[in-house]
Design a protein around this ligand. Sequence first.
Ligand code: FES
Ligand code: FES
Length: 179
Amino acid sequence: MTSVRVIEEGPDQGDVPTRRITVTVNGRRSVVECEPRLLLAHLLRQGLRLTGTHLGCDTTNCGACTVLVDDRPVKSCTMLAVQADGRAVTTVEGLASPSGLHPLQEGFKEEHGLQCGFCTSGMLMAAKALLAENPDPTEDEVRWALSGNLCRCTGYQNIVKSVLWAAAKLRSDEPEPEA
Ligand code: FES
Ligand code: FES
């Protein structure tokens, strides 16, 4: 009879290693234990139940999953959750304030910037990043900033008008510089 002695055993197949990360989402800090392969989009939607971030393609094409990571637009279907460790994430749920809708949300309402709404959260987040850098964009600049975000319904015209509406509103809300 052959004798066998196992010296060391690797992890069981069901025993997936995890990492502990800390991520601040919409101002709220969460400590999360997750698999290294978990996508940021899945952490947001399934882990933190922030389902306003949509998944349209999972392949970096549609932009429906766009969120801000440290204020920069990122397609959360192509970023690992562990890459967000120690960083600040803003999703569409973080746009409005207790005093009301964000001007971008108002703009989409005023200018009919959505139909089915599937692309809207990604559009809003990409537009937010644009207006933070460029408060007075041209129509072409808006189109360029949103070029990674696809919409199957609107033909884009009203989305661009919505962002320009919001840009004007944000500028008019700015306090006058002191004389
Ligand atoms: S779901 Fe991320 S780009 Fe389409
Ligand atoms: S409003 Fe339907 S995909 Fe854009």
